[in-house]
Design a protein around this ligand. Structure first.
Ligand code: KIV
Length: 275
């Protein structure tokens, strides 16, 4: 596969914040995918994906936790390092784990510095104007920070499950205010998750920094998906997910074939054996 992206952000050897901003200004949507390991990260880089998110979703997709609230800072350091060592072009964004930034700017700064040392080019945290002091502290320290509004998975318990946010006029207005507060504090981009398309479009239009949607319609400046959903490995088929491959049945077929050939002694053959 070509390493030259055909659309989105073409050209730079390393994707930086200014390229995402330019893409917004030029109306060229860019792609973000989660990545947690070297082979997936390298495949997405080869495909031209501009931003890799080492999401705290590593807890639910890789580590078998029920919720991202169980993902630890140490998990984030381990998987951020794995992805950052594996790619050179995409911007690598790492989530601040639940419990590592809510207490205040000092906590957020300490944990973000460790994520940057592990290789993150930016960090992401969830919440609106209540986390603006944290965003301001990180931006002042020179750490690019992404916000995350709408459905914020670390608050799954207080949001009463995975629900679309901002459906009512008050909720939509609060989201616009939160987005502006994050931008004023220095956020470099804002993820919008499970947001009505019209609300996401109006938030996007009101901001100078890019929005990145997941279940937030077509008018965000970029889109993000959890890679195992995108590639049909997880089996998750939420309304907003399009599966661009069917890896789960392919993997099952490969493992079945392997097992059958082991059982009948046709694998390993002479070509796989040493003299
Ligand atoms: O952790 C994650 O995968 C995320 C995406 C849902 C945006 O935050």
């Amino acid at each position: 596969m070509s390493t030259e992206p055909s659309a989105g952000i073409a050209g730079p050897a390393t994707i930086r914040l200014r390229h995402l901003k330019q893409a917004k200004e030029q109306g060229r949507p860019f792609a973000m995918l989660t990545a947690y390991d070297q082979f997936a990260a390298k495949a997405f880089e080869a495909a031209g994906v501009e931003v890799l998110l080492v999401g705290d979703s590593v807890g639910t997709t890789v580590l078998g936790y029920d919720s991202t609230t169980s993902t630890t800072h140490q998990d984030m350091l381990t998987f951020t390092g794995a992805v950052a060592r594996s790619v050179t072009r995409p911007l690598v964004v790492a989530d601040l784990a639940f419990g590592t930034y809510e207490a205040g700017p000092d906590d957020a700064l300490r944990h973000s510095v460790e994520l940057v040392r592990a290789g993150a080019g930016a960090v992401k945290l969830e919440g609106g104007e209540e986390v603006a002091p944290q965003v301001r502290a990180l931006a002042r320290a020179g750490i690019p920070v992404f916000g995350h509004l709408g459905f914020t998975p670390q608050s799954v318990n207080s949001l009463s499950g995975h629900r679309v946010q901002g459906r009512d006029p008050e909720g939509a207005q609060k989201m616009r205010e939160d987005a502006l507060a994050l931008q004023s504090a220095g956020a470099a981009a804002i993820v919008l998750e499970l947001v009505p398309a019209a609300v996401a479009a109006s938030v996007t239009a009101s901001l100078a920094v890019p929005t990145i949607g997941i279940g937030a319609g077509p008018d965000c400046d970029g889109q993000v998906l959890v890679w195992q959903d995108m590639a049909g490995l997880s089996g998750f088929q939420g309304k907003f997910v399009k599966t661009f491959a069917q890896l789960r049945p392919q993997l099952e077929r490969a493992a079945q074939q392997y097992r059958a050939e082991v059982a009948e002694r046709s694998y390993p053959g002479p070509e796989h054996s040493f003299e």
